[in-house]
Design a protein around this ligand. Structure first.
Ligand code: GAP
Length: 462
């Protein structure tokens, strides 16, 4: 049974995302295109902050990490070597013979008795109710395309960023002389012709991945695997996900990707159920060995200590950007009623409100600056001055003098702005402002410089 409360929560999140400029339906004015979503100004900022934080944490703060930004279109042979053109990258599709409805084989609905229990193992079409009259097929998820004016060169939109890393292994070794163990990281788009895209940006046909292929000696793979498990938890904590909502799933062999000898999925309690957020896989030497065989290039590493060439094994932590956006949106979404702590002269009404409790490091707007009253030019000018100074230190800030101050607070709450600064009559006298905390509504008075340094410090933290 679907949980109505959770379904409603999902509707509220999708609606807020559209209303406040986070995420829009792809090609909306033409009726949309299933499995595609467009990010608006707040969504772009949120996504960029997530990617930048990830990059800082996993690439820039380490000495053993190398970056690539590989082409999305790759030689067709890449996908033969990786196993993606074969049976390894197919999903079972079930087609209703009557209405031609298509759905994923792992999402089949069974006929139920009056109590809602599965009475017989009879498949039933969700759309037209037809029973047990289906065709099943294996469906390759890659988008095929043609390259060049003649259209004779076949290519694919990459279904994972990982292969752009493997094909550059030799380039990185030759140009950077890395010491094993080391990693290659990439953030970029991936495409899958999903049979049933659903649940907002959870399963889409075009999405972004943040991936690392970490190259290690075979006999050390387990230690590295466990270290990466820990790092993935640190990341989830840094973006504000709560441990209680995260669950490890040791994926059984039958469900693992064709290249993996061990996979742990990090599942997250989304409003529509517990689903995969990220994955950590031990890919062995599957990819480097296969690319060596298919390309004829030796993708080995010369171990100076052992004085021998070896093929490194790979630990792969993988993070979906769009699923991260959805997880932080659902975690941050909060409804409450501000209590009596709000001072009487703040102009803030006591009423129900919605706010996004984003961590400052990922919040799309770090702080907003208001004049207390919009019809007092001296206050507007002072607030502008504060805003201009703040923006020099923290670019993701905004100025708002639209509507009354209470409405401005609500707008900032809904986009998850951690603090709001108000310039009032006292500011004109002593260069102090009030700073209001998004979550508690509490205000403190401090100097403009103190406010700036507080906002700056909080925005940098994980
Ligand atoms: N290189 C390994 C790999 O691609 P995966 O589990 O197929 O593994 C990695 O995908 C991550 O990419 C997932 O954990 C998820 O976060 C994200 N992802 C996969 N398919 C997706 C889709 N259709 N829509 C949005 N995100 C997706």
């Amino acid at each position: 049974m679907k949980d109505e409360k959770q379904e409603l929560l999902m509707e509220k999140i999708v609606s807020l995302a559209k209303r406040r400029g986070f995420v829009f339906q792809g090609s909306e004015i033409y009726g949309g295109l299933a499995g595609t979503w467009d990010y608006g100004p707040r969504g772009v900022a949120l996504k960029n902050n997530i990617k930048n934080l990830w990059w800082r944490m996993f690439v820039e703060s380490r000495d053993d990490m190398y970056a690539v930004d590989a082409a999305i279109l790759m030689n067709e042979k890449v996908w033969k070597a990786s196993g993606h053109t074969g049976a390894g990258f197919t999903d079972p599709v079930v087609i209703c013979n009557k209405c031609k409805n298509r759905f994923r084989g792992d999402n089949v609905k069974f006929k139920k008795d009056d109590d809602g229990k599965i009475s017989e193992r009879v498949w039933i079409c969700e759309k037209c109710g037809t029973e047990n009259d289906f065709e099943t097929k294996q469906f390759n998820l890659m988008f095929e395309t043609k390259v060049g004016a003649e259209g004779t060169i076949k290519s694919y939109l990459r279904p994972e960023t990982a292969q752009g890393i493997f094909v550059n292994f030799k380039n990185i070794v030759d140009s950077m002389n890395p010491k094993l163990p080391f990693g290659i990281a990439q953030i970029g788009k991936a495409f899958r012709n999903e049979i049933a895209p659903r649940d907002f940006v959870f399963r889409t046909r075009e999405f972004e991945q943040m991936e690392i292929e970490y190259f290690v000696k075979e006999d050390t793979w387990e230690d590295h695997f466990n270290e990466w498990l820990g790092r993935m938890y640190s990341w989830m904590e840094a973006i504000g996900l709560q441990k209680k909502d995260i669950h490890e799933l040791d994926v059984p062999e039958s469900d693992r990707a064709h290249y993996s000898k061990k996979t742990v999925d990090f599942e997250f309690d989304f409003p529509f159920g517990r689903k995969e957020l990220y994955g950590l896989a031990y890919r062995t030497d599957f990819d480097l060995k296969n690319h060596t065989e298919h390309s004829g290039e030796s993708l080995t590493y010369f171990d100076n200590e052992a004085k021998e060439h070896l093929t490194p094994h790979v630990i792969e932590p993988t993070f979906g950007v769009d699923r991260t956006v959805l997880a932080v949106l659902t975690s941050a979404y909060t409804e409450d009623e501000l209590g009596g702590s709000v001072s009487a002269d703040s102009g803030e009404p006591k009423e129900k409100r919605v706010y996004l409790a984003f961590k400052p490091s990922i919040a799309p707007v770090k702080a907003a600056v208001f004049p207390l009253l919009k019809n007092k030019p001296e206050l507007v000018a002072k607030a502008r001055e504060v805003y201009t100074e703040l923006k020099k230190h923290v670019p993701q800030v905004m100025f708002d003098d639209n509507g009354n101050v209470g409405k401005r607070y609500r707008r900032q709450d809904e986009i998850g702005t951690p603090v709001t600064i108000v310039a009032d009559f006292q500011t004109l006298d002593d260069d102090t402002v009030t700073m209001r905390d998004r979550d508690t509504g509490e205000q403190e008075r401090l100097s403009i410089n103190e406010a700036i340094s507080k906002i700056k410090d909080a925005s940098m933290l994980g």
